[in-house]
Structure formats: C-alpha cells, structure tokens
Design a protein around this ligand. Structure first.
Ligand code: ARG
Ligand code: ZN
Length: 891
C-alpha cells in the first residue's frame, strides 16, 4: 500500500492540540541499508495515555511502501485501520500494544533531503520536523518521547562507517560482505531527534575531559580529503562544552558526541542526540577556503547544535507551535557563547550589532509582510515554513529581554528552575516564562504578548527639559501595526535600557522617579508596560541627550527625533557602543533617504561635510576596536534603506548609496589608504578576534577605495587578490575588482581573476559557492548574466548550497538588478521556484519568499510580481510548502 501526500494545503491550529492517545516506551529498529531500497523493521511498545481525549492509535507515514503491520503479533487487516493523507488511525486498540512495522524506502530517489536520503553515496537523515514519518509509521510528534535501540546493516566496503544516536554497544560482521552496528540511546527522545549516518567517512577524534572529570569521545566526521578542515569545528565543540558548564552548569550527558558534515543539507545543521549532522558550510574550514565570516559561522552553529542538547533535547517542545521554546533560547545561548569567547566589551558590542543588523533587515521585514507570525504561531500549513527569523532571531530577543529584566543572576535562577521542573519533558513557551517568573518572584503575565502578538512594536519618544526645576521627562508611546489575522494589539512589556548624556558626552547620574538610584550606575532599564508612559528624572543639571534602547534592549523600532548635532554627540561619546553605532546609522539613513529622493527627482546629489567628518573621526580613532569602526563606516544596506519608504525604488536607492560610497571614497582617500596600510595582518593566518577585526577594517577600506576610479587602488586590489594567503583577503579583493567601474582593460583583468579563482578552487564546493555568490551580487550582474551562469557546468539546482549561492543571492541580495523594470527578474524567480518545487519543496519555499514584500513596490512592478506569483500558484503538483507561501503573499 502507498499513501499520497495531502493534496490541498490545510492549516493546523495550536488551539486544537490534543495529547497523544498512546505513549511509546521503546523503539527497536533494524535497517538494511541499500541506496535504492532500504528495508526498515520497527518494533514499538506502546501504552494507552489515559489522560487523552484521543482514543485511536494514531500514526503518521509519508512516501512509504508498507510491507507489514502487526499488532500484538497479529497481522493488521485492511479493515482494522484507515489512512487519510499522512495519518493512519487504528481504532479499538488494546491498552498495551506491540506494533511491528516493515517499510521499504528509496533513499537515492529522495531529493527533498528530509527523511533518509543519499549524499555522495552516503546515507544521511534529517527528521526535524516531520521526516521520521518518511522512514516508518510512527506517532511522529515531539511530545512522544521514547528510548531507541537501532541496528544498522550494510555492505562493509561501501559503507564502512555506521553511526547512530547514543552509544555504540555492538558491532561485527554478518558474512556475505555485510556488517552491522548496534546503537542505543540511553535518553528518551522525540522522533525528530533520530539520526543515522552510513558511508565512507573519516574522522578527527579526541578524548575530552568534562568538568566532572568524566572522559568523553568527540568526533568530527567528513568525506575523505577533508580532514585538513576539521580543526576549527573540533575547537568550537570543545569551547561549547566548556562554556555550557561554566555559564549554565550544564554538562554533556553522553560518552560520545559526533558531528557529521554533508554537502547536501537543507538548513544549517541538526541537533540529533549525540549525532549532530551539519551542512559542510558550518564544519569545513582552513585559511585557504574559509573566510573570517565562515569561521565565526562555524563557531556559532557548532555551539548552537551542542547547546540544543539541553535546550531542545533534554527539554523539548510539546508541539511545533512551541518551536521557539528551543530555537529562540538556543540562539540566545549561541549568541552569548560567541560574545563571551571574544570577551572584551567592544567585542561583545560588535557581535550584538551584527546580530541586530540581521534581525532588523530580515526579521523586521518578515514581520511587516504576508508571512508575519507570532514567536509562538497560532497556525501553520507546513511547519518547515516556520523555521523563520521570527522563531529564531526574534525568539532570541524575547529570551534576551528576560535576561535584561531579571539580570545575570536572575536569568540563571530561571534557567535552573526550568531544568529542575522540566528535564525529560516536552513543554510549552509558557512553561519557560513561568520558570523565569517563579524563580524571581516577578509577574511576567504581560510579557506573554511577546509570544502571541506578531509585528514589530514602535516606540515614539517625546522629551521635555525644565531648566528651572531641573527635571527631564521622557514620554514613551508604543503601538504595533496590524499583521495577518491580528488587527488590534495590546501593549507589550518593553525593557528600555537608557542613559542621559551631558553636553560633553558624559553619562549623567540618574534619578528617575519610581526607580532606585544606584551610585555609579549610569544606565537604567525603564519598563514600558502601558500604551504611553512618562518617566521623570530629577536633579538634571543641564539639557541632556537621551540614549535610549541601549544595547538594543527590545526588538522594537525607536522613533525619536534627534538633531544631527545630538547624533554626532552620541556617535562620538555614548558609553553604550551599540548606541554609538546606532547614532552613526541614523545619520547615514537620513542622508541616504534624502539622496534617494534627489535621484528620483533628478536633482543634484550632495553629501554634507558634517557626515563625512564624523566618519573620518571614527575611522581615524585608534582607541576604537577596528571591527567596531568597520561597522560604523558601513552604510545601511539597500534593504534597510528600502524600509524607510512607503514605495520602494530599488534603482534609486542603489544609485544613492553608490553615490554616498563614492563621496566617502573621494573625501577620505588618504585616511582610507592609511587605515588599509595600518591594518595589514602579515604572518600566519589566525581567526582570532583581533586579526579578524583588522582584516574587516582593511577590506572595508579597500572596497571604499575602489569606489573612486583610479589605477593605483585597482592595482592594490589586484595584488591583494593574487598574493592573498587566506580566503578572507582573496575574496574581498575579488569582490572589489569585479565591482570596479573602470576601463575595458580593467574589466578584462576582473574576468581573468574570476577565471583564475574558479580554476584554483574548482574542487572545493564551498569556494565555488562563493564564486557564484560573488557574481550573483555584483552590481553588473543582470538577469541575462544569471541565466548564463545557470548553464555553467558547476551549477545545479539539485544541491541546496549551490542553488542558494546563485539564485537566492540574486533574488535577495541584488535588488537593483532583480527588480529590473521589465519584470525579467520575476519571471526567472517563477521558473526557479517551479523547478525547485519538483526537486526540493523546502528549498523552493525559501526562494518563494523573495516576493513577500511585493506590495511595497510601484504599481507597474507590482503587476509583474503578482503575475509571477500567480504563475507559481497555478502550477500543478505544488508542494504545500510553496503553496502556503504564495497563497499568503497573494491574499
Ligand atoms: N533544529 C535545527 C536547528 O536549529 C533546524 C532544523 C530544521 N530543519 C528543517 N527541515 N525544518 O539547528
Ligand atoms: Zn536550533
């Protein structure tokens, strides 16, 4: 028998949650691994859940060929169960059930990369969220936790390595050229954490001593030829283990912890118990193939997956609506891990700024579009569409607000109580909030709205200084725009960290009515809970400049009208580095908006000297961390500028921003050159924070220098490209050269450099991804050029990393070209979404989201975007992943 996948997309609702009718105590599985036909025998011991309203025994299965179904030793007759879509119901089952299932699956045909699939001839699994049902019939929902024992059998030559969750308890030969391995996971787990890997792999391994003194085996498994790229992942893993012990008192609970890298992966990585599976992008690194950004990404993703062992695996989610319970918390933990590893306060601020930049650029945009959803959604059609920046990054901001409100100690108390109460359980976001509240004796009832209400709140600021009374009043008013299904919003509980600066830029002592003054503490967390609230400060001896939302203490838009002079003061002096950077961004945004309007009106373009001088002062300020200077000198992206407009004009924004960059290049020429020369990092490459900071400022200086066309800087870039001893410098130079608007002979040099790069790295898939990415985002790359690149022999839509490198980057990160006025970009987008839909619905649905914000564009573009969306919507056999995205966009 075969069951088909659901035909019409139907939403499921959080309010409809019903506890499972049956629990599963043990799962025993035997796999006869064969790429074309894998046989899976499963034995489940189940018992009725007396507390459930569900009386049937319910199982889920997808794309399975079912060979056998036996209940308590008896073959199940067809009349004994029903199948509707992915759901099998067995009515009238006894209270205690032993279910034996045999299924046949086809890994080599599985291009969705969900369930059991083949990658370069190896077996890989991905079961989150609902991939386990593509392996066997099972109550595949996160609140059903069971103990697993798994036997893997396969050809010994082709699949010498057989890995599973937990501990290896037996292995041996089966004769006939086959062998087996038996794995037992001592911990109960939901099915989404199941994993197996089988194939020809090699590993770097190490014995590691935990805080308690217990020895564990750490392994990083990769394909042959990649063992020279595993050291950084191994170091990151050890740092993660130590950090979780020190910061949260959480120790590794297994004797063995494995990381496996695969080049065919839909997302970043997966926290399967004891057997984390990673996209190669987040494992493989050495100086010649990986950039500083890659090194940082590996550290944070290795940390993220490791931290899930406690926040996700030991305590998991009751249902998928609670996804942010584990994801938001684990992102917060990985962000803190990376910040703590750098250690310095500006290092922490740099990390914070980078994280907030992503939040604002991607999550704020999601929150303002047709896919906007609360951190804890009320409904979804396809759960895979809800692994979003809202669940992850906004979810992390929500966790960070507890940290801001409760303090370091208070937050730790809440975490301790959360584990004490819920270890081994599948729980809800509300349980986390209750632990934070109860551990600290704090009423966090209103805080719940951060989970239930979508949209980015806006906080409007009014201030009033009374010189005679020496009082300063700050009135904060909050509102939140309507989002799909939610028109009215109630006030949020918003922590607003702040300080007051005097005219010399120093922090003033704070005496705020209703808040205890603390000697020497010049920063305060105001709690905004009403729609509008006034905070009154006394003993304010001069007119202050308010520094609000320090360290970005809440995921809101702060609307405050500063003068250029006030912003200049904040940029030069604020003791909060985040707000220093923020002041610079406000100065820049203001100018970029004006320049865009001037482009549209055909007026002359001008950039004022006040702004240029503020940038010069920052660039030359040697007391500032170079990484921080790089962030201040980087103009808001075109996507961020677009958010400032009701109606977006991508080409005008691009022209305006390029004009500003050229002006900066011209006026800061000498300063940029000297910044370049002062931040060279000769000698052996090291991905430490200090060297990375130098490279980032040096390469920013280079990219600015190249905006003002002259021979000598072009030569500088060319030399850097050919002489580079690391990928960070090489790629930065190549990007600069290929975006250079020079003479034909320089364009020839650029084409040659691109060719040279390809030849040198054609065996390194991750570097070829960069090669495509760089061209996808080049200013001169238009739709025709993308189509040409799609015919390159190294291009394929079948590999997610490769597909993303060219097509996603073009559609999402090259707005002036993608939004070509003839609509050719949208036509390309539709073709790609339709092609990907057949191969891999999850990847297709991600690309489908590139048109989310179509209603923000001028009418002539809107019409073309709507046509492209309708074309996709009308496609036959559309997956529910893509159907959900385009249906919501068109609604
Ligand atoms: N839990 C994984 C992580 O956060 C993400 C896996 C999501 N995969 C998916 N197909 N939806 O690291
Ligand atoms: Zn995660």
């Amino acid at each position: 028998m075969r069951n088909d996948t659901a035909a019409t997309p139907q939403a499921i609702f959080r309010k409809d949650y019903v506890a499972p009718g049956y629990w599963v105590d043990t799962v025993e599985m035997g796999f006869d691994l064969d790429l074309d036909a894998t046989h899976v025998a499963t034995r489940l011991t189940m018992r009725r859940n007396p507390d459930s309203a569900e009386k049937d025994l319910v199982l889920f299965g997808a794309e399975l060929k079912t060979l056998q179904l036996r209940l308590n030793g008896v073959n199940l007759k067809k009349s004994a169960y029903t199948i509707d879509g992915e759901t099998m119901r067995i009515p009238n089952a006894p209270d205690e059930v032993v279910l034996e299932i045999e299924t046949l699956i086809k890994p080599s045909k599985n291009t969705s990369l969900s369930g059991l699939y083949a990658s370069n001839g190896n077996f890989i699994t991905q079961c989150e969220a609902e991939g386990f049902r593509k392996i066997t019939w099972f109550p595949d929902r996160p609140d059903v936790m069971a103990k697993y024992t798994v036997v893997l059998r396969a050809d010994k030559k082709k699949f010498p390595v057989l890995l599973g969750n937990g501990n290896l308890i037996e292995q041996g030969d089966l004769g006939d050229g086959r062998h087996f391995a038996k794995w037992e996971d001592p911990f109960k787990k939901p099915s989404y954490l199941f994993a197996l890997v089988a194939g020809s792999l090699v590993c770097q391994e190490e014995q590691y001593k935990l805080g308690s003194g217990r020895e564990v085996l750490l392994q990083v498994w990769v394909e042959k030829g990649n063992l020279d790229k595993t050291q950084h992942a191994m170091d990151s893993l050890k740092n993660s283990i130590r950090w979780d012990e020190e910061r949260f008192g959480l120790e590794l609970d297994l004797d063995r912890f494995m990381i496996v890298a695969t080049s065919d992966f839909n997302m970043g990585a997966m926290e399967n118990k004891g057997l984390n599976i990673f996209n190669t992008k987040y494992v493989l690194a050495n100086p010649s193939i990986a950039t500083d950004v890659d090194y940082a990404g590996i550290e944070s993703v290795v940390g993220h997956e490791y931290f899930h062992n406690w926040t996700g695996n030991r305590v998991t989610c009751r249902d998928w609506f609670q996804l942010s319970l584990k994801e938001g918390l684990t992102v917060f933990r990985d962000q803190e891990f990376s910040a703590d590893l750098v250690g310095t306060s500006t290092g922490r601020a740099v990390k914070r700024i980078e994280d907030v930049r992503v939040l604002r650029q991607v999550q704020f945009s999601e929150d303002a579009g047709p896919m906007a959803h609360p951190v804890r959604p009320d409904s979804f059609v396809e759960i895979n569409n809800f692994y979003t920046v809202t669940i992850y990054e906004k979810g992390s901001e929500v966790v960070r607000m507890y940290y801001t409100l409760l303090g370091h100690e208070g937050f730790r108390k809440g975490m301790d109580l959360y584990f004490a109460r819920h270890d081994g359980q599948a729980v809800e976001c509300d349980d986390f909030r209750a632990a934070m509240s109860d551990a600290n004796g704090r009423d966090l009832t209103q805080f719940e709205r951060w989970y239930s209400q979508a949209g980015t709140p806006r906080v409007d600021v009014q201030t009033h200084y009374d010189a005679a009374a020496q009082t300063f009043e700050i009135t904060l008013s909050q509102s939140c725009p309507a989002t799909p299904g939610q028109t009215e919003k109630l006030p949020f509980h918003i922590p607003v960290a702040m300080g007051l600066l005097n005219s010399a830029g120093q922090d003033m002592p704070l005496h705020c009515e209703g808040y205890e003054a603390q000697a020497g503490v010049n920063s305060l967390v105001l709690e905004l809970t009403a729609a509008s609230q006034t905070f009154r400060f006394t003993q304010v001896t001069e007119q202050p400049v308010a520094s609000l939302l320090r360290n970005f203490s809440a995921p809101v838009v702060l609307n405050i009208s500063y003068s250029d002079e006030e912003l200049g003061l904040l940029l030069a002096h604020d003791s909060d580095p985040f707000n220093r950077w923020e002041a610079g961004q406000r100065l820049a945004t203001r100018r970029l908006v004006r320049l865009t309007q001037a482009v549209q009106a055909g007026e002359p373009l001008e950039l004022d000297s006040m702004f240029i001088e503020a940038l010069r002062a920052t660039l030359n300020n040697d007391t500032l961390d170079p990484a921080f200077r790089e962030l201040v000198l980087t103009l808001p992206s075109e996507a961020m500028i677009a958010e400032e407009f009701e109606v977006v004009d991508p080409q005008a924004i691009h022209t305006a921003r390029q004009f500003a960059r050229a002006q900066i290049s011209q006026h800061l020429r000498a300063d940029l050159l000297s910044a370049y020369e002062q931040h060279l990092t000769p000698g052996k490459f090291s991905p430490d924070a200090v060297s990375m900071a130098k490279r980032s400022l040096k390469n920013l200086a280079l990219s600015y220098l190249l905006e003002w066309v002259d021979e000598s800087t072009f030569e500088l870039a060319k030399t850097q490209f050919y002489d580079a001893e690391n990928m960070t410098d090489r790629l930065a130079a190549l990007a600069g050269i290929s975006n250079f608007r020079g003479q034909p002979q320089q364009q020839k040099v650029a084409a040659k450099a691109l060719q040279h790069f390809y030849k040198e790295f054609k065996k390194e898939a991750l570097v070829i991804d960069k090669w495509f990415m760089l061209q996808a985002t080049a200013h001169t790359t238009d739709v025709a050029k993308v189509r040409e690149l799609m015919t390159h022999k190294a291009f394929t839509l079948g590999n997610p990393n490769r597909a993303r490198s060219l097509t996603f980057n073009f559609c999402n990160a090259n707005p002036a070209q993608f939004h070509a006025t003839d609509g050719s970009g949208y036509a390309l987008w539709a073709e790609l979404v339709i092609a990907l839909n057949k191969i891999n619905p999850q990847v297709a649905a991600r690309l489908a989201r590139s048109l989310d914000r179509w209603k923000k564009y001028p009418l002539h573009l809107q019409e073309k975007m709507r046509a492209a969306l309708e074309k996709v919507a009308a496609t036959k056999k559309l997956s529910k992943d893509v159907a959900e995205v385009v249906t919501k966009a068109l609604a």
